[in-house]
Design a protein around this ligand. Structure first.
Ligand code: FAD
Ligand code: SF4
Length: 478
């Protein structure tokens, strides 16, 4: 391949990989973006301006060495690009697919700021690692030494898996416990296939199994197994359980049949995509087929629900959000994708209550406007009196965010310190909790966040656990 010059952003425009047309992609749960061809990846990487102080890298939670792997891709040195990329990111092909790049690396790209359109960093990262898998450059995990110490990890989401990968490479014995039947956490049962196809996650799980990580599935700690017993079994523990308590909506009629929670809805759909038999889909309880759907919320979870409903064959899908488009928390790219697929956004609207006898038949919608900013500078939604109306529905999906479960109570470990929000208190650098040898990482510490932050926490926690175990071994030898 001819070597591609860098700094081509003035003459070469920004291009994403091709996107499947909405009428086709809305019929299935496959990813919507294609892959770059080799020349296109090189061309798009060649747009990078090779900044001396790369803001993209500074705004990547993993501090990925982006300008260097872009240059290597532009020069056709793909295997080197992969080696560099995977040195800082345990799952680059996953981040390339689902990071909100517009808020992270790409949103801070200097050529984006100068109006030329960002380098499509995420798509190149995905391309590099997908190519590495195809070419067999992704090597099995084979530790150089085997160590005696064992680490127990509760939670097989990205935080737990990233920690397991790193610890196992250092030779520790690693066992992961998870309440679900499949690994991956929200990457498996939360995020839909049209953003992240499931074989991409399962391939990583298989890599860890092949590398000697033991998985104990269908095992809910605090229920199937006691936390104290777990502490006795391992030399160190990592809590990486995520946040799963759905925020409630407080409005009249909220208990009506047909009002369902986002994660129940998405989990059922993801299970169906795995080929599982899902009674709630078959009964229609968690199935939007032929229904008028209202989704409440403006975050990424709401975006995933509206787009899932379209794919299930909903007659209409409306998304109620109490602020406007500019102030929504969800990704603008995903909102646009949803609109292309036929979702209607009803900005500045909130549910006042639900109507129906036994089952929901309508949402009482109240209209809002944006008032003065609050202490954080964000404009507060205000009610417009007398503008209420009823929206007819067959199913309502609530997507108002998640909170941590009460781990000290559920696990009978009252000494474990938590914050006033219920998240586990851990040192932000070492990820150590107040219990010796017990660490915590990911959403259970941060609150609902992102996969890329969970990966970073998991990697850092693994390093701290390794230090702790090495120190304990030294003390024991003295
Ligand atoms: C619908 C949805 C869409 C999202 N989309 C994106 C996106 O596009 N991009 C992005 O970056 N982030 C996204 N996120 C956020 C992202 O998925 C999370 O931030 C990330 O998965 C957190 O990782 P984690 O490892 O901390 O927890 P999780 O992924 O939640 O994994 C925790 C694991 O712990 C297990 N567990 C919990 N309690 C117990 C117990 N008592 N015993 C045993 N096991 C237990 C769970 O079964 C789970 O497997 C999305 C989240 C949701 C809900
Ligand atoms: S990990 Fe996420 S933020 Fe970092 S370079 Fe990749 S896509 Fe961007």
């Amino acid at each position: 391949m001819a070597k591609q010059q860098m700094l081509q952003f003035v003459t070469v425009g920004k291009e994403m990989p091709s996107k499947r047309p909405p009428e086709l992609r809305a019929k299935d749960f496959h990813e919507i973006y294609g892959e770059f061809s080799d020349p296109k990846a090189a061309e798009q990487s060649g747009r990078c301006s090779q900044c001396g102080v790369p803001y993209c890298q500074a705004h990547c939670p993993l501090s990925n060495n982006i300008p260097d792997w872009l240059r290597m891709t532009a020069e056709g040195r793909l295997q080197e690009a992969y080696d560099l990329s995977q040195a800082t990111n345990t799952f680059p092909e996953i981040c390339g697919r689902i990071c909100p790049q517009d808020r992270l690396c790409e949103g801070n790209c200097v050529i984006e700021q100068s109006g030329h359109g960002t380098v499509t960093i995420g798509s190149v990262e995905k391309y590099i690692t997908d190519t590495a898998w195809e070419q067999g450059w992704v090597k099995p995990i084979r530790p150089a030494v085997e160590r005696e110490e064992s680490v127990g990890i509760v939670g097989a989401g990205p935080a737990g898996l990233a920690a397991a990968d790193r610890l196992r490479r250092m030779g520790f014995k690693v066992t992961i416990y998870d309440k679900y039947d499949r690994a991956g956490g929200l990457m498996t049962y939360g995020i839909p296939g049209f953003k992240l196809e499931k074989p991409v996650v399962m391939r990583r799980y298989e890599q860890l199994v092949d590398g000697g990580v033991e998985f104990v599935m269908n095992c809910r700690i605090g229920d199937a197994m006691d936390f104290a017993a777990l502490r006795g079994k391992h030399d160190a523990l990592l809590i990486a359980t995520g946040v799963y308590k759905a925020r409630d909506i407080k409005a009249p009629g909220v208990g009506l049949k047909g009002i369902v929670q986002a994660l129940d809805y998405l989990t059922a759909s993801n299970r169906q995509s795995f080929g599982d038999s899902v009674p709630e889909i078959e009964s229609g309880e968690l199935n939007a087929d032929g229904k008028r759907v209202v989704v409440i919320g403006g975050g990424d979870t709401a975006m995933d629900c509206v787009r899932t409903a379209i794919r299930q064959g909903a007659v209409s899908v409306k998304c109620l959000y109490r602020r406007d488009r500019a102030n929504m928390p969800g990704s603008q790219r995903e909102t646009q994708n949803a609109e292309e697929e036929g979702v209607e956004f009803v900005w500045l609207s909130a549910p006042k209550g639900f109507v129906g006898e036994g089952a929901v038949t309508g949402v009482m919608v109240q209209r809002m406007r944006l008032g003065p900013p609050d202490a954080t500078g964000r404009q507060m939604p205000e009610l417009i009196e007398g503008a209420d109306y009823v929206e007819d529905v067959d199913i309502v999906i609530t997507a108002l965010g998640f909170e941590p479960e009460e781990i000290p109570t559920l696990w009978n470990v009252p000494d474990l310190e938590v914050t006033r929000w219920g998240t586990v208190k851990a040192d932000f650098r070492t990820h150590a909790t107040n219990l010796p040898g017990v660490y915590a990482a990911g959403d259970i510490v941060r609150g609902a966040s992102l996969v890329v932050w969970a990966i970073r926490d998991g990697r850092e926690a693994a390093d701290s656990i390794a230090d702790y175990l090495s120190q304990s071994a030294r003390v024991a030898a003295e």
